[in-house]
Structures are given as structure tokens and as C-alpha cells.
Write a protein that binds this ligand. Sequence first.
Ligand code: DX5
Ligand code: ZN
Length: 216
Amino acid sequence: MSIEIAPSLLAANFGALNQEIETLNASKASLLHLDVMDGSFVPNISFGPVVIEAVAKNCKLDLDIHLMIEDPDRYIADYASFKPKYISVHEEACRHLDRSIDYIKSFGIGAGVAINPHTPVANLFTVLHKIDLVCIMSVNPGFGGQKFIPYTLKKIEALRAEIKAQCLHTKIEVDGGVTEGNAAAVKAAGADILVAGSSVFKAENPLIAIENLHGA
Ligand code: DX5
Ligand code: ZN
């Protein structure tokens, strides 16, 4: 199966958001990755429902909302109102992860769980059958434009093996520092979805950058 590309809005030009969305609408990307940061779970603040509502009006891609916030259950209903394909919460930010997964699914939305680089993939094995998407962070979350952490490739491989062993259809998304230079290795390790911020929006031609990631 071919890989899906999820450009991350964080790296877009916020002074020309509509134009950026039009570019993505004409691209091979299938998901728009939206990084919500609270300045507490991660040391940065990005955007929230107001911006996502505006973007959702013009975006033809499915929305993929990545909540880098503490106690995300408080906001899941707000983000569910945009009818995204996935909402991902961080394993490290959920005291009752099983309940958070059920809560996301109660809105008919795909439940995603993101894990930081240091978090073992085995932390998710007991609930893997309930998860639609695992987002493996390949940088420490909080900022775009960071360098891919190579040891996360082993985590992708281990998760792919476990998904196979449990006969599941859980998707593996890889987020952070994905470029044309490492996309093939990330895909070979077992990724289904590549998140790409800087390597798409800072490219001379984002459409070609998306195509190159797609064909990697
Ligand atoms: C990092 C975010 C990423 C980020 C990726 O905290 O979760 O989605 O936007 O950006 P790049 O592709 O530039 O590393
Ligand atoms: Zn993200």
C-alpha cells in the first residue's frame, strides 16, 4: 500500500493560510496535520479551535489533529466538532488513556495516540486493538524544523511487528524531521503516514516536495 502524506500546518505561512490550503487541495496529500500546543505539555503555544475552524472551511483533505496538551479530554468535544479523521492524544498526557481513547471514538472519530521519543511502544500494546492510529514522534514535540531522531526507526519496526502479531489494522504515523532524505527509510521501517512540515512548506515547490515524499 502506498504511503500517505500529512503536511503539518505549523510550518505554513500564516499570513497566507488560504493560499497554503489551496496548494494542499491540489496536492497528493491526503491529511492535514494540525499541531495544537498548550505551552505546558510542550514548551510552545501554537493554535487552537479558532484557526482550525477557519482552515476546515476550505480544506479538502481529511483533518488529523495532534493534541500536544495536558489532560486533553477537556477539549476533545471541541475538536471533534470539526469532524476530523483522527484526533491524537499523547500517552504521556493521559492518566486514563483507555478512557480517552473511548471518548474520542464516541464521536465517531479515529482515535490516535502519540508517543514521545523516549516512550516505549510497548506502553501501547494492551490498548493497540482499540487505537486507529499510533503517532510515533521522531523529534521531541513542540517545534517544527527539528532533526529526525534515528533510534525511533527501531520503534516503528517494533510497532509494525506487534500490529502484525495482533492482526490489527492500526496505522503508524511518523511525526518530526521527515524529509526526502529519510522518507524511504521511515517507510521501510513500517510507516503508513508521514507527517511533514518544513520539508513541504519551506520547499521551493510544496507540490513537488509532497510528490517526492509520496514516491519515496
Ligand atoms: C512537532 C510537531 C510536528 C511538526 C513537524 O511538535 O508535532 O508535527 O510540525 O514539523 P517538521 O516536519 O518540520 O519536523
Ligand atoms: Zn504533530
